[in-house]
Write a protein that binds this ligand. Sequence first.
Ligand code: GSH
Length: 292
Amino acid sequence: MPQTLSDYTPAKVWEWNRENGGRFANINRPVAGATHEKDLPIGKHPMQLYSLATPNGVKVTVMLEELLAIGHSGAEYDAWLIKINEGDQFSSGFVGANPNSKIPALFDHSTPEPTRVFESGSILLYLAEKFGAFLPTEHHARTETLNWLFWQMGSAPMLGGGFGHFYAYAPFKIEYAIDRYAMEVKRQLDVLDRNLGEREYMAGDEYSIADMAIWPWYGALVKGLVYEAGEFLSVQDYTNVIRWTDQIAERPAVKRGRMVNRVMGDPASQLHERHDASDFDTRTQDKIVPAG
Ligand SMILES: N[C@@H](CCC(=O)N[C@@H](CS)C(=O)NCC(=O)O)C(=O)O
């Protein structure tokens, strides 16, 4: 029998209950803006990244490492750690970089006035256009890459904010919510699986910013590394997504990018801040499990 009873009736006007019991109740607020005055640090490189190695953050560090790997020295970057659990995203400096108070946020200091770039999809597109890389120029291939880039932007909130939240973080299990989002996430995985059954990468024969956007979320999911939901979602069924996930995980730039701003897992896999290519030298790039 599906769960049907609820003792909750919405009030006439919603009010903020600070202790709602959810995993991130301490940082969630119904208002935007800064909570404290603090400038962001600025390092020596053209690109200044303010981030954390969540799936959204990893997209950008992978892109920067990929650009450096093919010789774009203009992509040299300082990666500063933003501890979202401690409210760093609400400093006046960070809000100046991203009024939406979410990592990742980037400043490009190589432009006459520094250019702020926020939203991971916007950052990937900005860097791809600036350096002419990982975004095909041919009309159909470029459009297909952007199709899948924007697919990720619209789809991942269903995975993270929908499924992940209600399956792993909500203070109690609501069958209706878990059922609704599990169905949607499985549908999304099937979309990816069918596409990757027909082509090597998301947009065709070439690895692109579409792969960089989708891999940190859905690659981690099919490896059972997020929300401890591998068995629940029968992720082993999505064999084409698993093939693509493993293939991308082998890229040296991906191995490096995943370590930057990482604060979890094996200490040897964590590079809390990155200010120089040599910062990786003392770390072991094979210490991270295939995705996540
Ligand atoms: N659509 C945004 C999502 C960014 C996002 O949700 N970032 C999370 C971490 S993965 C965050 O900074 N959360 C902090 C908060 O919500 O206060 C993007 O793709 O950049």
